[in-house]
Design a protein around this ligand. Structure first.
Ligand code: ZN
Length: 410
């Protein structure tokens, strides 16, 4: 057999194998609904992934879906335990226009003392039912995050005798009764997400990381323990970022960012805490930092409006005031003209997802020539790190004075 004939034969065999594959794929496609026992209606989103994170105070369940979801007004429904049927107390949620099939029918074990398991099943042809089997329950929060779309449920345990012991064992007390010791430093963006790109291609992710590093150094020298959400140029999801913060048992969360504007003249520093405020500028900054269009922030703002930001919110505002005060003092020593954009509130996901006192610092505009030049300078980066740390230090002092008063008053 000459080489051409041999090649033809090989090609023929390959074609045959390829054809076989196509046929079996087609067969599977036809058989799949039969295997699943139901016919999948068109136009539904899919459940892509289900993940859970266990923390001292709560368990987070994240359901990633392939398209937009809208949740029913009623939210999660609580069902009492059914001892006869051997079912624990549980929460359920019917999610319309979502397909899950039988993939998670047997459930995902959690068993962390708060949640027994997470189950997902096709309740009707167009509805997926999420069931959370509970062990301890106090309250929950439910919200939807975009790009990629995901449903987030945080389940908090009851504040009974049991959980107080658990708190003491883990050293985890409510924010107002905790010493300020561990600081989580979050360098915004990273990896595939450069953040804002400004003058001379100055990338926000790089600016954020260098300032975060100098902040870490300054905090360590003041006796704080420091946890970084990223130490290098790394892509992190919002959940990964907050998982680092929450599982480290941090007391304070500081997210470092740099600003950007279409107005090349815009410059200055601003410090944010979390709020559902509708201030136009905050909304634009939040939209950019969250990586979604401003219009998409509506559901988050609604969710925020329903939540009691409460004690943690008040602590965050105090922290923001100290950080802002110190940073502005440092900045003015170098540049009298740098605008003070103040302490503001905005709907930032990264602050929303954290359960500790949290602020977001916009360290300057990468899109402004003067700001960009300063942001590149190691002297300026160090000064910012030093001043933010000083702000955290003042916050620690004030919190501990409050603690001393509480303990003295016993
Ligand atoms: Zn940013």
């Amino acid at each position: 057999m000459n080489s051409t004939a041999r090649r033809d034969q090989t090609l023929g065999r390959r074609r045959q194998a390829c054809l076989k594959k196509i046929v079996s794929a087609l067969l599977l496609l036809v058989a799949l609904p039969i295997l699943l026992g139901v016919q999948r209606p068109p136009g539904l989103s899919d459940v892509d992934d289900v993940r859970t994170w266990s923390y001292a105070d709560y368990t987070r369940v994240v359901i990633e879906v392939s398209g937009d979801v809208s949740l029913p007004e009623i939210g999660l429904v609580r069902l009492p335990a059914n001892i006869q049927a051997g079912r624990p107390e549980r929460l359920y949620l019917d999610i319309p226009d979502l397909w899950v099939g039988r993939r998670y029918e047997s459930g995902i074990e959690v068993g962390d003392g708060l949640l027994k398991a997470v189950r997902l099943g096709q309740n009707t042809l167009r509805t997926t039912r999420l069931v959370l089997d509970l062990e301890r329950y106090d309250h929950h929060r439910l919200f939807v995050l975009p790009s990629p779309a995901r449903i987030v449920v945080d389940v908090y345990g009851e504040r009974g005798a049991k959980s107080r012991i658990a708190d003491e064992e883990s050293g985890r007390l409510p924010a107002g009764l905790r010493r300020v010791h561990t600081v989580v430093v979050d360098a915004g963006h990273g990896g595939r997400d450069p953040g804002a790109v400004g003058v001379g291609d100055l990338r926000e992710k790089d600016v954020n990381l260098t300032i975060a590093r100098s902040l870490k150094k300054a905090l360590l020298s003041r006796g704080f323990e420091v946890i970084m959400t990223r130490e290098r140029d790394l892509t992190l999801t919002l959940e990964e970022r907050t998982a680092v913060a929450e599982s480290s048992g941090g007391d304070v969360f500081i997210s470092i960012h740099a600003n950007a504007s279409e107005q090349k003249r815009a410059r200055g520093i601003e410090v944010y805490t979390l709020d559902a405020n509708h201030e136009r500028h905050s909304l634009e900054v939040a939209a950019r930092e969250n990586g979604v269009p401003a219009a998409r922030l509506d559901p988050l703002q609604r969710a925020l409006a329903e939540l009691q930001v409460g004690e943690v919110g008040a602590h965050s505002e105090r922290l923001a005031a100290f950080v802002h005060d110190e940073v502005m003092r440092g900045v003015r020593e170098r540049d009298q003209t740098l605008p003070d954009l103040g302490v503001k509130k905005g709907p930032f996901y990264v602050l929303f997802m954290s359960s500790m006192s949290s602020v977001l610092v916009e360290t300057g505009f990468v899109t402004n020539k003067k700001d960009a030049k300063m942001l590149r300078s190691p002297l300026y980066q160090n000064m910012l790190g030093e001043k933010i740390a000083l702000g955290v230090d003042r916050y620690r002092d004030q919190m501990e004075m409050g603690l001393a008063r509480t303990e003295g008053g016993k």
